[in-house]
Design a protein around this ligand. Structure first.
Ligand SMILES: [Zn+2]
Length: 189
């Protein structure tokens, strides 16, 4: 109709009904064009609902973010605990600020454990203060250190397989242990 309105501004247009499928030349041509049109892809796709757009964008970004997280060699210590982006439980935002600070220090490796203290040049040895055996980082304390077997059992309620980091709920109980919180949160001279 829009096209007809435009044409009618410079032409004398008359609309007339014609019987279909009786050999009328222009009607047959119109019929053929209509048939061709049904075989074409839609020229103007229907608008995508906003909710679907948001879902698609979120999916694409999450996929890219996960690929980057897995391919990037950085953040070794954090990857022990967080395998994919966005996998932290929502309750972490409900815990106290001081405990959240300790959790972040524990999971990122930016803490006062001897491994990091040696890296930043504050001490000369990165050996574990509890067992004196291996490098003192949070993974060692939670999964390996023989001297902390009792604290681990009290925190996680079951022995962890060597290469299986404990769940975050258990980690909070572990960090609540005085000796662990002290080691993570402040430098012991
Ligand atoms: Zn140790």
């Amino acid at each position: 109709m829009d096209t007809l309105n435009i044409l009618s501004k410079t032409n004398f247009v008359t609309l007339r009904w014609v019987k279909a499928h009786v050999g009328h030349k222009l009607n047959e041509e119109a019929d053929d064009l209509a048939k061709c049109g049904t075989g074409l892809d839609t020229v103007f796709p229907p608008p995508i609902p906003r909710s679907l757009s948001k879902e698609l964008v979120k999916k694409i970004f999450t996929t890219k973010w996960t690929e980057h997280w897995k391919d990037n060699p950085m953040c070794r210590q954090t990857k022990y605990w967080i395998e994919t982006p966005g996998s932290l439980p929502h309750w972490v935002i409900l815990i106290s600020r001081s405990m959240l600070s300790l959790i972040l220090q524990a999971l990122t490796g930016h803490n006062y454990l001897n491994y990091h203290e040696k890296i930043v040049g504050n001490i000369h040895s990165d050996r574990c203060r509890f067992c004196g055996d291996k490098r003192e980082e949070f993974y060692h304390l939670t999964c390996e250190c023989d001297a902390l077997a009792g604290e681990r059992l009290d925190s996680f309620w079951e022995l962890q397989p060597p290469d299986c980091p404990p769940d975050l709920t258990g980690l909070v109980r572990f960090i609540h242990m005085n000796c662990i919180g002290m080691a993570l949160g402040r430098r012991i001279q």
